[in-house]
Design a protein around this ligand. Structure first.
Ligand code: S3P
Length: 473
């Protein structure tokens, strides 16, 4: 892709104000909500707390629903994706309620105790909800119908249908293993050993969760490490899990089936994937100082921090501690002169959701940044490899995609901007380009800010509290 061919100077009218907040779940039918970001007059400054970790929040509700007893969850992300998981787990019999103090309480039904849902389970925009739930349903002898929004209906489910069928579950899906689909879980499920063909924590988790209501031992071989929140939380609830090194590389994760999961309290740390946006904003807006409190720093999630540090970012870990079994710290960034870096493919699983905003940082850096091995980015909420490259080119950055690698040639000054970016029902694309709009020479508008509510409902006020200039909400 030649970047100069696509560069447009300024192509949007001022954003229109909307009077009411539309429902994202019916977003195929209602109006999009454009939002524009522009360079603030002053640097960004302040201390914030971003919402709870999305991956951990989903798992807390799901495992709480499969445990016996009362699980209290503090810091749960109340974004649309996690609320979709809560609704689905209620529909299969769990009692889930938000308390007046903001904590959530789950009364589980126990492994094997799920009931057949009466209606269709609509997981909205959330791939994690859909794939992990299918894992749970695969070994319960009930039938369920699962769907999602326009983005989720385009995403591949065959990656979980294939291993879950080996347990004895039956699926009827649309062409290419897409939603909507029907699943009939196995009455007498058979344990499985499965080697992950793609580095996906969702697929790993789906298989481990199916293994819970399966007699014997279920094993997943993971050639490349992916986030291990499922493994940590299974142990937290009392399941027996063994992790062995595999001689050819990677590890074998074995779950012993039909344990009694015992309810246990969960404190959800702040999501590093959400913290990424104010942190990169603080790095690329000169003179800024931004602190994000209580960020989860699970080693399988911190590729962004390693990469930004290699690019010369001033990032400090303050007040390091362990909370709810996960390492946590306050992260402080200061505006930095970034330089290009070579980001190796083996780092991709530890920062898979952070590439759009890393590419934004790279577009403001001096020199070439190569982000290698990004095939999985093509099957996220949108094709983020193409979308990030095309969006940056529209903003005036020099960007190429070569195979599965994303290459950004930074000039040392932020790109021009002055364009509208199509976010294609993808929250992280929307937030990444709004962050770029805080540094680009002209404002950047995203065509639809509504998807941000899936993972980071307070993104706009939180960024404004740091000094960000957004118009159009
Ligand atoms: C997630 C795993 C990742 C990530 C997603 C959350 C999880 O997806 O992109 O946002 O909670 O397990 P993949 O498993 O498709 O890599």
């Amino acid at each position: 892709m030649g970047w100069r061919d696509h560069h447009r100077k300024s192509d949007f009218p001022p954003p229109k104000r909307m009077t009411s907040m539309p429902d994202i779940h019916s977003n195929d039918a209602v109006m999009p909500r454009p939002l524009q970001a522009s360079r603030p007059k002053a640097s960004l400054y302040g201390t914030v707390r971003v919402p709870g970790d999305k991956s951990i929040s989903h798992r807390a509700l799901m495992l709480g629903a499969l445990a016996i007893g009362r699980t209290e969850i503090t810091g749960l992300l109340e974004g649309e994706d996690v609320l979709a998981t809560a609704a689905a787990m209620r529909a299969v019999g769990a009692d889930i309620a938000r308390q007046a103090d903001g904590s959530w309480v789950v009364h589980g039904v126990g492994i094997g105790g799920l009931s057949e849902p009466e209606g269709v389970l609509d997981l909205g925009n959330s791939g994690t909800s859909a794939r992990l739930l299918l894992g749970i349903l695969a070994s319960h002898p009930i039938t369920a119908f699962v769907t999602g929004d326009g983005s989720l209906r385009r995403r591949p489910m065959s990656r979980v249908i294939e291993p879950l069928s080996r347990f004895g579950a039956r699926f009827v899906s649309r062409e290419g293993g897409r939603l909507p689909l029907a699943v009939s879980g196995a009455a007498d499920s058979i344990p499985v050993e499965y080697t992950l063909p793609v580095p996906s924590a969702q697929v790993k988790s789906a298989v481990l969760l199916a293994g819970l209501n399966t007699p014997g031992e279920t094993a997943v071989i993971e050639p490349q490490t992916t986030r291990d929140h499922t493994e940590r939380m299974l142990r937290h609830f009392g399941a027996t899990l063994r992790i062995e090194a595999v001689p050819s590389g990677g590890k074998r994760i074995i779950v012993v089936g039909q344990p009694e999961l015992v309810a246990a309290p969960i404190a959800v740390p702040a999501d590093i994937s959400s913290a990424a946006f104010p942190l990169v904003a603080g790095l690329i807006v000169p003179g800024s100082q931004v602190t994000v409190r209580g960020v989860g720093l699970n080693p399988s999630r911190i590729g962004l921090i390693d990469s930004l540090r290699e690019m010369g970012a001033d990032i400090a870990y303050l007040n390091e501690r362990v909370e709810g079994g996960e390492p946590v710290a306050d992260l402080r960034v200061r505006g930095s002169e970034l330089r290009g870096a070579d980001i190796p493919p083996e780092r991709a699983p530890s920062m898979i959701d952070e590439y759009p905003v890393l590419a934004v940082a790279a577009a403001c850096a001096r020199g070439r940044t190569v982000m290698r091995g990004l095939a999985e980015l093509r099957v996220k909420e949108s094709d983020r490899l193409t979308g990030t490259a095309e969006g940056l080119v529209r903003c005036g950055a020099a960007v190429n995609v070569e195979g599965d690698d994303l290459i950004v040639e930074g000039s040392g000054t932020p790109p021009q901007g002055g364009v509208t970016i199509a976010t294609r029902l993808d929250h992280r694309m929307a937030m990444a380009f709004l962050v770029l709009g805080l540094a680009s020479r002209e404002p950047i508008q995203v065509d639809d800010a509504r998807p941000i509510a899936t993972s980071f409902p307070d993104f706009e006020p939180l960024m404004r509290s740091l000094g960000a200039t957004f118009v159009g909400a």
